[in-house]
Design a protein around this ligand. Structure first.
Ligand code: MG
Length: 269
């Protein structure tokens, strides 16, 4: 492992914890980064919870983290729209819950209800557990009338304690089918969140290591942004899948868990 790494970006689920349990080596790995003065940030496709929730959850494991160190796809969507709409007031039709709405409320925007006959400037799609036919109808009509189509992420599934729930990707696919429109997806594997992280830490791609458990999101994002990548096997990807995918997706390192990554990095320092 090279010694030029100045920023480590960590996915949360399947990397730092699974459910409510920290993954072996996670606490030690992050403490080591902190001692060495290597910056670290957390990058997650999550849309439901506010950033403070993750900071508190990490702190409860003994991992030092503040709200500013968490980049969720919901927060990234706020930053993306802020970047696009600096001056004028605009309208949003949102499929999503309070966490996402809270992030977007920092913008100079008005949220339209499903009864509003005006066409929104943006249809923003996150995880919405109170989805109705009326909301899908409003979103479809706005998309057919030219509203911009933004998906917070495109994850088909959402991992929970006892298996999986359908994710944002299901809603995105439904609206794509109805409207024939293609969405802009803010979350992984888009490099937008990683760019936000690099900007925050003032780091260039060769100085960055992205650590994740998912090949088609964490590692693909890292490959696209030309940063170094490490795949851990504590989440959704098995060892067989990891090696079968080599050639298309190239993690620079495949490690059992963060404990093994710590050994690799500590040897180089
Ligand atoms: Mg993960």
């Amino acid at each position: 492992m090279e010694t030029s790494i100045r920023l480590v970006c960590l996915d949360l689920d399947g990397v730092i914890y699974v459910g409510d349990r920290a993954v072996p080596g996670a606490v030690e790995f992050v403490s080591w980064l902190k001692e060495r003065g290597i910056s670290y940030l957390f990058v997650t496709n999550s849309t439901l919870r506010p950033r403070s929730f993750y900071a508190e959850k990490l702190s409860s494991f003994g991992i030092y983290a503040t709200e500013e160190m968490i980049i969720t796809a919901a927060y990234a969507t706020y930053r993306y729209l802020l970047h696009r709409e600096r001056r004028k007031r605009f309208t949003v039709f949102l499929l999503g819950e309070d966490g996402l709405k809270k992030e977007l409320s920092q913008l100079n925007c008005e949220f339209l209800s499903e009864e509003d006959s005006r066409v929104s400037d943006y249809v923003v799609v996150g995880l919405d557990r109170k989805i109705t036919y009326e909301k899908l109808c409003k979103a479809t009509r706005d998309l057919l009338s030219g509203a911009r189509f933004i998906g917070v992420n495109n994850d088909a599934l959402w991992p929970v304690e006892d298996g999986f729930m359908p994710g944002v990707g299901m809603f995105v696919a439904a609206l794509r089918a109805a409207s024939g429109r293609r969405p802009y997806i803010v979350g992984k594997p888009n490099t937008f969140m990683l760019k936000l992280a690099m900007e925050k830490a003032d780091a260039a791609p060769p100085e960055v290591l992205m650590v994740g458990d998912k090949l088609d999101s964490d590692i693909l994002m890292g490959n696209r942004a030309r940063v170094k990548t490490a795949l851990v096997l504590t989440g959704v990807t098995s060892e067989d899948e990891a090696y079968a995918a080599l050639g298309m997706l190239k993690p620079d390192f495949i490690v059992r868990d963060l404990g093994e990554l710590l050994d690799l990095m500590a040897r180089a320092y």
